[in-house]
Structure formats: structure tokens, C-alpha cells
Design a protein around this ligand. Structure first.
Ligand code: ZN
Length: 90
């Protein structure tokens, strides 16, 4: 599925999550809850366009930006990708 022209809200479904993968060198990848990410982007008024999601996500391993983000139906798992904490307005 081509998600690059969509926003987070377009892909938010009860059974949808985000498969986020770091660079080839780091190889960190995980599934994150799309609803959680969607909420975060709304709170911060960030651009939730799928092709620009990586701007606000950081790898918990190497602190790099994600290389590939796609929609998956797999369940969320760890390690988490940023935003790294739930503090709002800090
Ligand atoms: Zn990484």
C-alpha cells in the first residue's frame, strides 16, 4: 500500500499500527500503536503527513531518524520509538 500521500488520520484504524524501521546500519525496528502516535502529533500540531512522520520520531537505540515507516496489522511491541516521554508542553 502506498501511504506516502496520506496522513496519520487516514491510516488510523482499530487494527492498524506503524512498522518503523531504522537505517540499515542500526536495523532497529518496531511496531508502534498508530493511535498513540496520532494523538501525539495532534497534541503538538505536528505535520502528520506519512512522508514526513520521521521528522519527529527518534530511534531509541541510535537516536537516528526512521528510514522506513509503513502501516501494518501486527501488534505493537518494543522498543518504543520516540516521542520518548509523555510530558506535554515541556
Ligand atoms: Zn537506530
Amino acid at each position: 500500500m502506498n501511504v506516502r500521500s496520506k496522513t496519520l488520520s487516514d491510516v488510523t484504524r482499530p487494527d492498524a499500527n506503524l512498522h518503523i524501521q531504522c537505517s540499515f546500519h542500526c536495523a532497529n525496528k518496531s511496531i508502534v500503536d498508530v493511535k498513540r502516535v496520532d494523538r501525539w502529533y495532534r497534541i503538538h500540531l505536528w505535520d502528520a503527513h506519512m512522508s514526513r512522520l520521521g521528522k519527529h520520531l527518534r530511534c531509541s537505540k541510535c537516536l537516528g531518524r526512521p528510514e522506513h515507516i509503513k502501516v501494518t496489522h501486527q501488534m505493537p511491541n518494543g522498543p518504543r520509538w520516540g516521542p520518548q516521554n509523555d510530558k506535554i508542553g515541556s
